[in-house]
Design a protein around this ligand. Sequence first.
Ligand code: URP
Ligand code: ZN
Ligand code: ZN
Length: 494
Amino acid sequence: MSGFDFDLVVRGGTLATAAEVLEADIGIKDGVITALGRNLPRGAEEISAKGYIVTPGGIDPHTHIEEIGQDGSVAEESFSSGSAAALAGGTTSFICFLPQWKGHTLAASAPGYEARAKASRADYSFHQIITDPTPEVLEKEVPALVARGIRSLKVFLTYDPLRLDDAQLLQVLATAKKNGAFVTIHCENYDAIGWRIDALLKAGLTDPLMHAWSRPPVVEREATHRAIALAELVDQPVQIFHVSCEEAAAEIARARRRGVKVWGETCPQYLTHSHDDLQGPDFAGAKAVCSPALREKGENERVWARILDGTLDIVSSDHCGFSFATAKQAVGASPYGVGGAVSRPDGRPAFNAIPNGVPGIETRLPVLFSEGVSKGRIDLPTFVKLSSANAAKLFNLPGKGSLMPGADADLVLWNPDAERVIENVALHHAIDYTPWEGFAVKGWPEVTIRRGQVAMRHGEVIAEEGTGRFLARGPYALAKPRGVVPDGFDAALA
Ligand code: URP
Ligand code: ZN
Ligand code: ZN
């Protein structure tokens, strides 16, 4: 017995929750917030939060970490480095992906992945990717997965090795409905992209900017519309991943007005970056190749407007790092590619063969805080909703994204006045660049506390490998269908 009411008191901070901003101390016992109030009794340990804004620890619900390729290759970002980067950037929990390779069961596609994740320093959960919805997968493996607390499925409507056609998407949506699972969707029209890629290559256009030309907003809008329509047909709640443009966001907003249970996510790159970043000397544009593609400059503010009207209510990183020196300039079969491994005369990959994805797990929250709160676009409760509270609700992570007594003591102490310039050398991820190199931010996470333990202090990650916990997710109301199907005939359950 320590004789103290609290193991830790975080004293004198300005607390920001999804609902309000208040001055209070936080009392923590056994990793859980047990009291909020002024002048709490002393704790065994004390941290002064004077001058800091204290938010719930970030939840990044869309990250690609230590992904295993079909050929046995392992992505550069390990659970150790990725989770260190998460904590350094104020994120205490993340969700990453269990793979499925076409022609393989779920079990055979992810050998050892869950065991690898145990190296995480931050708390974590999984979405299960479905690329090959066979009866075995849908009828046996998905129910078993859900029973293990993996309650969300991810599907892609593009990428050669991953994409589903409409019939397969309907099967996955129906299976999710039967099993009380949630579905997240990458929305781009695969055939339209392939058609444009062929024409661009034929015209000799191979630069990284052509990645954007191969998949303009209409390609994302069409697939977003189609995915929502099919989800509405099945009556299955879904989230549209990484919305990059107003056209796609408008589809979500329109469906929500009809009462459809659809949510939208965007990412910092769609708030700050544009076609400009796909250009530059020495193939630098490859660093900004991700899908959906970066849009023309004015689009950033239109995406912000869709955050402000609530259509896009989660900002994830879609952290998917490929180092520039190696992967981004290598011609090979990319897990996230369309149209095969085409090379240019200079030996670098044509735009369609550059692996898709940008790193951002560490920069997500500093960029969002700076561009959002410091620049006056959003208030602190909105920042909390976008960075943690809404993800906790959408993916059923009780005890996360909150500062209420009973919640896990996952906290971030922000210095709202700190002015920094983002530099890759100071980041903790395993990737050799950041798209935000030289980007000035105001507001910085100085201390991250994960379940009551200081996990990062002034850039030094203290949490050890293996201290993160798997977050199993149970049934929840938000993932429940509305009970509205055409003609009252529920084809999913027939
Ligand atoms: O370009 C991206 N977004 N790469 C990661 C894979 C995905 O589509 O989420
Ligand atoms: Zn995607
Ligand atoms: Zn992704």
